[in-house]
Design a protein around this ligand. Structure first.
Ligand SMILES: [Zn+2]
Length: 398
């Protein structure tokens, strides 16, 4: 699964994609910038169009640039994007991946009728941009069934090789009337199944634990700006764990690392920790931010490799429970794993007569896992500057 690294054009440090930077992370293969930032800064928009995004950002051609349409920004600022301006930007700045100019994110606080209106506007946009490279977007919402029906009926969707999936984050935020986690997982499984063979990008869910969920559900790419948002608040991430506050910045209060966790940080082998150690992680100012951000992203990228390798070699089932340290997250991962097993089993059903017993045994193990319902507590997240992203759903915060 590709992790698309969310950047802010206001501050491109740490330059994790740049082989000349002390913060270089060779696993970075794609970055994302938001059109909302260019919309707010017209001079930069013009410069990016004049030079092309790769040259403007100093990102080599071997690294893909994803453009976010800024739908989350426009949603929260009651704005409409100018389609003409967005089209011009895509044509001249030449990102490698770009969605339709705007999608209308169904907020979890909305009524079903309001969510339907969002669907109608988003599907109209998908329809208007069917004959080109614009990636259609659908949302996981309470009207997902209608989304899927309309998307299937639309020839534009069948011709597209990529699909963007949004709406997950507001629901994971557990706003009033948010969908139960169970339904979100069901929706993701359904979409994956129906759009088999297409590359699915999940917007803005790039924390450590949601990474496990996305990988289990066979999503092709996700984007994250959480590595920066956390770093700015003095937070570092640990493999398989939630957030830990290491630098006392502003009003944010969080759980501090245990003795063992300080030790893990002390021996961390990421470029920032190799360069400046614990002093670097707890430092204030730009240097501290760069160290924490690089460390966070490195943890995320290494976690992705660990999950992928263990799913491939079959050791994931016996590994994740000890590796992930939070109960809510564990339960969600358990649910996703059970669905994965069930999906695999149903694919095997054609072969049922040849090996009835093993299939039924596997089925009953998956069913047993599904029977265990998650105990979901009240959680809250901070929202980043792009689409909000987080796995803090696994980290109940006071
Ligand atoms: Zn580190």
């Amino acid at each position: 699964m590709l992790i698309v690294v969310g950047l802010s054009i206001k501050n491109l440090e740490p330059r994790v994609w740049d082989a000349q930077s002390p913060y270089y992370l060779p696993r970075v293969r794609a970055v994302m910038v938001s059109y909302a930032e260019f919309h707010r800064m017209p001079t930069r928009r013009l410069a990016a169009m004049d030079r092309g995004l790769h040259a403007y950002l100093g990102v080599p051609g071997s690294i893909k640039i994803y453009l976010d349409n800024g739908a989350f920004y426009f949603l929260t600022h009651n704005g409409e994007v100018s389609k003409k301006d967005y089209e011009e930007f895509v044509a001249r700045a030449r990102p490698d991946w770009w969605p339709i100019p705007q999608d209308y994110i169904p907020g979890p606080q909305m009524s079903v009728e309001e969510q339907e209106r969002c669907l109608e506007k988003t599907m109209a946009m998908n329809l208007a941009y069917q004959a080109d490279g614009y990636v259609p977007v659908i949302h996981i919402s309470r009207v997902l069934d209608r989304y899927i029906m309309e998307a299937q009926a639309m020839s534009a969707m069948t011709n597209k090789t990529h699909i963007g999936l949004g709406g997950i984050v507001p629901n994971l935020l557990r706003a009033p009337k948010a969908m139960p986690y169970q339904h979100i997982l069901d929706g993701l499984v359904q979409v994956r199944h129906l759009f088999k063979g297409k590359e699915l990008h999940l917007f803005g869910v790039g924390g450590t634990a949601t990474l496990h969920l996305a990988e289990l559900l066979e999503i092709d790419s996700i984007d994250s700006s959480g590595w920066r948002n956390r770093a700015a608040r003095g937070i570092v991430q640990l493999p398989g764990s939630g957030d830990r506050a290491v630098a006392n910045l502003g009003n944010w209060r969080g759980r501090t690392p245990s003795q063992d966790e300080w030790e893990i940080l002390r021996t961390c082998n990421c470029p920032a920790c190799r360069l400046s150690g614990l002093d670097g992680l707890i430092a204030s100012g730009l240097a501290g931010f760069c160290n924490r951000a690089t460390h966070n992203l490195s943890v995320l990228l290494e976690e992705e490799v660990a999950v992928r390798v263990r799913l491939m070699d079959g050791s994931y089932s016996s590994w994740y429970a000890d590796h992930l340290d939070n109960s809510i997250c564990l339960t969600l991962v358990q649910q996703a794993l059970a669905r994965r097993l069930q999906t695999r089993e149903s694919l095997d059903l054609g072969d049922l007569f040849a090996r009835t017993e093993p299939v039924l045994m596997a089925h009953s193990s998956a069913t047993a896992l599904l029977g265990h319902r998650p105990q979901v507590g009240k959680v809250s997240l901070d929202i980043g500057h792009m689409r909000a992203d987080d796995d803090a759903l696994c980290e109940p915060q006071a």
